[in-house]
Design a binder for this molecule. Structure first.
Ligand code: ARG
Length: 702
């Protein structure tokens, strides 16, 4: 890590509060600071939320404090002097509002300009991660689902890499399995001399279809195909290996074209790679008694209703609880859907500020992506939800038998899914399948590659598959039962890509959209727009080409990434190439405009960085400055929740804050020119880092 690596703003504030907590409650050394962005933005920048939970911890232990507010006051009093904090105040029952020093904010931004944006990288507790993404299937066209996986997976890998995680980017291509029997036999039939070129079967999709037709229409061929699989998998007959390698190679070259355009780098370790490890992995599972016979197949029964930690709904003294930071009870009632339903359980009285505060916090979480809705008889009670619904919510949960007594408290035991069909790991014919391969791959990644976090990026349709793989691994003790511990696995599911007709995205000519064509079209359209704006005369041919490419590909990526990945999204060129609104085009142009402000000032920005001083005098400047400092938090949140849209939101927000600043504050030719140019430069630097993390190439001229 660079010398001045500071970590996120939250982390820095936490450090100061940690010192105070140690002094305030020396008997509770394990209490960690709870720092959050202040729910009332006008009141303060951040807040410390320790007082309440600390109070409930110590109140029975003969403490000198008389309630949560005095605890908060003491924490505040014991804060070490720091040039970071300008002022603190107590709100409600002990929340400590923190206002950061404007001077300090400016100083940190200036330091970043000198030391580089890498000093702002968040620190994550994981050392090595595997991102399993893209993963198309040999001899089949890479479809838009694979495009989503490629784009989302690449961004996740980039964000983790930026956060100093050692990332192994894995392309788990489908290069093994029974379909190869038919492909190989068909190849032998068509090219008996074994000489095949890209031209011959370049349209692999068609080759696949033709061989499938042959397979379905002829039993004798079917039998030969079956034998070919055995011959291939036994590894003894060279000609089968060779044919297989040829088919894979042609596919691979097709995939490479897409990766090259997208600027995505991946290491191929396909299904075939893990094949030799399957017996080993299955033996381990079998030794643990997990594998059972099921009508000739071998299966792993997925344990039903595994109980996780109970969530307190009503405290021992009958009050509704302060569960974690909020009062949320989690209830997964639609197991098919990725989106969990979270039922809010809020404290009884509407008058006390602490409850309002908690409510604000819940809203904050809601805003950041998790779906928090209490749905009852079809009524969405999102924002308007108020505490009169708590008894209702609890009653409904109780009616469903979800609320249990636990030492006088009422708790909700979280049940993870029920009635799951078993995971087939060996088919009736003795062959392995997708699941056995994934078990072997997981085994390999944990044992040989020592990965602490394994991330799988596929469409939500594979959610159940991964759930079962993970559950089996947990039963085998490969993964800890406690999901907050490492090593851990995550399935990053995403929704469908839809066409304007609201159906699965297709083009007229072919059934599946060719990704290369799609990217070409995005670029062509961008180029046309640039030509229309007279850039042909203004720029070199190369500049035109590069800009069209950066904007076109960037637009495709951003349109995908800006949505919460779980939702389906509609692929629409006109929308994604619009230069207004939340699009890559708009953002790239915003960045280029900032660069041109700096250029046109005629000032040497490097010199300003060395000699100038940033001041942040107006409200808009301060807001922009603070937002810049929150960059690491956005990346960290996007990483930990595996939600790239969080970073997109941050970026869009940044451009809006810049616009407010720029419309209120004169830059070039003003008395504050130096300071404001530095602020422009810092904004451009952070924007560029965002683009980089999203896999988008910035442009400097528009
Ligand atoms: N090849 C699969 C597909 O196209 C995706 C593989 C995902 N990764 C994995 N380890 N199963 O659907």
């Amino acid at each position: 890590a660079p010398e001045h690596h500071t970590g996120s703003l939250k982390e820095q504030i936490a450090k100061v509060f940690e010192v105070s907590l140690k002094v305030t409650v020396p008997d509770e050394p394990e209490v960690a600071p709870l720092i959050a962005v202040c729910s009332k933005k006008e009141a303060a920048d951040y807040q410390c939320n320790n007082a309440m939970s600390l109070w409930s911890k110590i109140k029975g232990k003969g403490t000198e404090f008389r309630g949560p507010q005095p605890v908060g006051q003491a924490i505040m009093r014991n804060l070490p002097t720091s040039d970071m904090i300008e002022s603190c105040s107590i709100a409600g029952p002990g929340f400590i509002n923190v206002k950061l020093s404007t001077q300090w904010i400016a100083k940190r931004i200036q330091n970043m300009l000198t030391d580089g944006i890498d000093t702002w990288a968040p620190r994550l507790s994981v050392k090595r991660a595997i991102v399993d993404f893209s993963s198309p299937n040999i001899a089949k066209e890479m479809h838009v689902g694979h495009l989503r996986s490629t784009i989302i997976g690449d961004t996740i890998a980039r964000m983790l890499e930026y956060s100093k995680v050692d990332v192994l980017r894995r392309n788990h291509v489908g290069d093994w399995g029974t379909q190869f029997g038919m492909l190989i036999e068909f190849l032998f039939e068509k090219f008996p001399d074994g000489e095949v070129t890209d031209q011959d079967i370049g349209e692999l999709e068609l080759f696949y279809k033709a061989s499938k037709q042959r397979f379905d229409g002829d039993d004798e061929f079917k039998e030969r195909a079956r034998k070919a699989v055995v011959a291939l998998q036994s590894g003894k007959e060279e000609k089968y290996q060779k044919a297989w390698a040829q088919i894979c190679e042609i596919s691979r070259r097709g995939f490479e074209k897409v990766y090259e355009r997208l600027g995505v780098h991946l290491e191929e370790m396909g299904e075939s790679f893990y094949n030799p490890y399957i017996p080993l992995a299955l033996k381990e599972l079998n030794d643990k008694g997990l594998i059972k016979d099921d009508e000739g197949a071998k299966v792993i029964k997925i344990i039903e209703g595994k109980k996780a930690l109970p969530l307190v709904a009503t405290e021992k003294d009958g009050r509704y609880s302060y569960a974690s930071t909020d009062f949320a009870a989690l209830w997964s009632r639609l197991p098919e859907e990725e989106v969990k339903w979270i039922i809010l359980v809020i404290l009884q009285s509407g008058t006390e500020e602490k409850y309002q505060k908690a409510w604000a916090q819940i809203c904050e979480i809601n805003r950041k992506g998790s779906k928090i809705v209490y749905q009852r008889q079809g009524v969405h009670l999102g924002e308007s939800l108020n505490n009169t619904y708590i008894p209702l919510a609890l009653e409904e949960l109780d009616d469903k038998g979800l609320i249990e007594d636990d030492e006088d408290a009422k708790v909700i035991k979280i049940i993870e899914g029920n009635k799951v069909p078993p995971l087939i790991v060996t088919k009736t014919d003795g062959g392995y399948n997708y699941a056995s391969t994934d078990l072997a791959a997981l085994w390999y990644r944990l044992n040989e590659e020592k990965a602490e976090w394994i991330i799988y990026v596929t469409d939500v349709g594979q959610r159940e598959h991964f759930k079962k793989i993970f559950a089996a691994a947990k039963s085998a003790g490969w993964l800890p039962a406690d999901e907050s511990k490492y090593p851990k696995t995550s399935h990053v599911g995403f929704g469908l890509v839809l066409g304007d007709d609201g159906k699965r995205f297709r083009t007229r000519s072919t059934e599946v959209v060719k990704l290369v064509d799609l990217l070409d079209e995005a670029k062509t359209r961008c180029k046309a727009a640039l030509v229309e704006r007279g850039k042909m005369a203004e720029w070199t041919a190369e500049e035109l080409e590069q800009t069209a490419e950066a904007v076109g590909y960037g637009a495709v990526k951003y349109a995908d990434l800006k949505n919460n990945r779980l939702t389906n999204y509609t692929f629409n060129f006109d929308q994604m190439l619009n230069d207004k609104g939340n699009t890559a085009v708009y953002l790239l142009y915003a960045h280029a405009r900032i660069c041109s402000i700096i250029r046109k000032s005629g000032k040497d920005i490097e010199q300003l960085k060395r000699e100038g001083q940033m001041l942040l005098q107006t409200d808009d400047e301060r807001k922009l400055g603070l937002h810049l400092l929150q960059f690491a938090e956005a990346v960290e949140e996007a990483c930990t929740n595996l939600l790239p849209n969080v970073l997109c939101e941050y970026l869009y927000d940044l451009s809006e804050k810049f616009t407010s600043f720029y419309s209120e504050c004169k830059v070039v030719g003003s008395a504050e020119e130096t300071s404001r140019l530095l602020l422009c430069e810092a904004t451009a630097v952070v924007m560029r880092k965002c683009f980089h993390l999203l896999g988008i190439t910035p442009v400097y001229k528009i």
